[in-house]
Design a protein around this ligand. Structure first.
Ligand code: FAD
Length: 252
């Protein structure tokens, strides 16, 4: 297989020499590609998705005004990043899954069922992060989604739950999703934060450095205020939260 590949026998498109290959069309990859192209380099940006945006700016090129309003200013800011990339002269190759980068900086990908490769002088990996859900009893039942999957549906198709959902878990993405659902007019039954009191207590030693990043704290507080005003957090929701904390245990 390797020899065939070297000879280009199974290659869907001939190996192409470029200055820079960037893998990942999220904000990091788009910005790197834009910067490299503006320095006069030939740049190819590969991503397995159908459009640029990555996780945070997913489907930004298709989002109308209403969707941007629901998803908020942090999401809408992605339009400028995507526009700058589109004007940069860097080439975007969509639906291209990179499966190998060799020591010689040959980048091999699969696009539309065909193998292709680029010989790059430099390779930038900007492949981002993955959601890391942990399994709990019932997590494969119909109607149960991870927060990331729910947000992907909202960003890429404007889809929201038809029944009031319970949002359970911890971390900022859950609160962001709740805030976006409130803006989309979705009634939320409750937001159940499963963070244990002892974990909150342990995090207190980072309070000072957190205060230095006050714009992020203030953003988080605004999300929480919106959720409180919408009745998603606050009196009456605590019992459900306690009940969930008792029951949510990672599956071994
Ligand atoms: C589901 C989800 C939703 C999120 N939503 C938000 C949000 O709303 N707000 C926020 O602040 N943060 C959000 N995050 C956090 C997010 O990871 C960062 O904010 C931001 O998107 C990171 O940017 P990035 O450019 O580093 O990577 P990403 O945006 O993750 O982009 C990486 C890109 O690399 C591509 N890729 C990965 N591997 C390959 C490969 N082998 N071949 C080809 N392409 C590949 C992916 O398709 C993706 O488009 C979310 C994370 C997840 C997992």
């Amino acid at each position: 297989m390797a020899a065939e590949y070297e000879a280009g026998l199974v290659s869907g498109f001939a190996a192409e020499a470029v200055d820079v290959v960037v893998v990942g069309a999220g904000p990091a990859g788009m910005s790197a590609a834009t910067r490299a192209a503006s320095a006069g380099l030939s740049v190819v940006l590969l991503d397995e998705q159908d459009a640029v945006g990555g996780q945070i700016y997913r489907a930004i090129g298709r989002a109308d005004g209403r969707r941007k309003e629901i998803l908020g200013p942090d999401y809408a800011a992605g339009a400028a990043v995507a526009d700058a990339f589109a004007r940069s002269g860097a080439r975007h190759v969509a639906h291209a899954s990179v499966w190998q980068v060799t020591r010689e900086r040959s980048v091999h990908c699969l696009k539309d069922g065909k193998v292709g490769s680029f010989d790059a002088r430099r390779v930038i990996l900007a492949t981002g992060a993955l959601e890391r859900p942990f399994p709990i009893p019932g997590w494969t039942l119909p109607g149960v989604l991870t927060a990331g999957a729910a947000q992907i549906l909202l960003k890429s198709a404007g889809e929201v739950p038809t029944e009031p959902p319970v949002l359970a878990g911890c971390g900022p993405l859950l609160y962001l999703l709740g805030w976006q659902y409130v803006r989309a007019g979705v009634p939320i039954r409750a937001l159940v934060d499963t963070t244990r009191h002892e974990d909150r207590w342990r995090a207190k030693k980072h309070l000072l450095s957190a205060l230095r990043a006050w714009p992020f704290l203030s953003k988080g507080l605004k999300l929480i205020r919106t959720l409180r005003d919408a009745g998603v957090l606050g009196p009456g929701k605590g019992e459900l939260a306690l009940c969930a904390r008792g029951n949510v245990q990672p599956q071994s």
